[in-house]
Design a protein around this ligand. Structure first.
Ligand SMILES: [Zn+2]
Length: 120
């Protein structure tokens, strides 16, 4: 990272002389693409190909998107009582926690009814 920082400092120092913003932007875009490649480069041992490790925890941004989409009500019966975030495809069956389409709002009663169907 020392090399990258030095490069950034150098580029910033040049900035106004080499055609201003566009050149600077192109260099930063290049650096960003490089960083993204480094971050997402697959390794021989990585099971999930990209991003964070698989987690049962539903991220905050997913909860906000789901609550907004479902209008703050149970998706099955429309109740606003005892609402819970539910995995459409259960986590234990390979369902994702950070895919908005796999999370829904259910009331406690509907969630318990659903859980009973997935026993076994
Ligand atoms: Zn319900």
């Amino acid at each position: 990272m020392v090399a990258v920082s030095a490069l950034v400092v150098e580029v910033v120092a040049w900035g106004p002389d080499v055609g201003g913003g566009a050149a600077l932007l192109a260099v930063f875009a290049g650096l960003l693409a490089f960083a993204v490649r480094l971050y997402t480069a697959p390794t021989a041992t990585s099971a999930p190909p990209v991003g964070r490790p698989r987690s049962r925890t539903i991220p905050q941004w997913v909860k906000i998107a789901v609550a907004t989409r479902d209008g703050g009500k149970c998706r099955w019966c429309g109740s606003a009582y005892e609402l819970q975030y539910d995995h459409v495809v259960p986590y234990s069956h390979g369902g994702s926690s950070d895919d908005v389409s796999n999370i829904q709002l259910l009331c406690g009663r509907c969630n318990r009814l659903k859980s009973n169907r997935y026993v076994g």
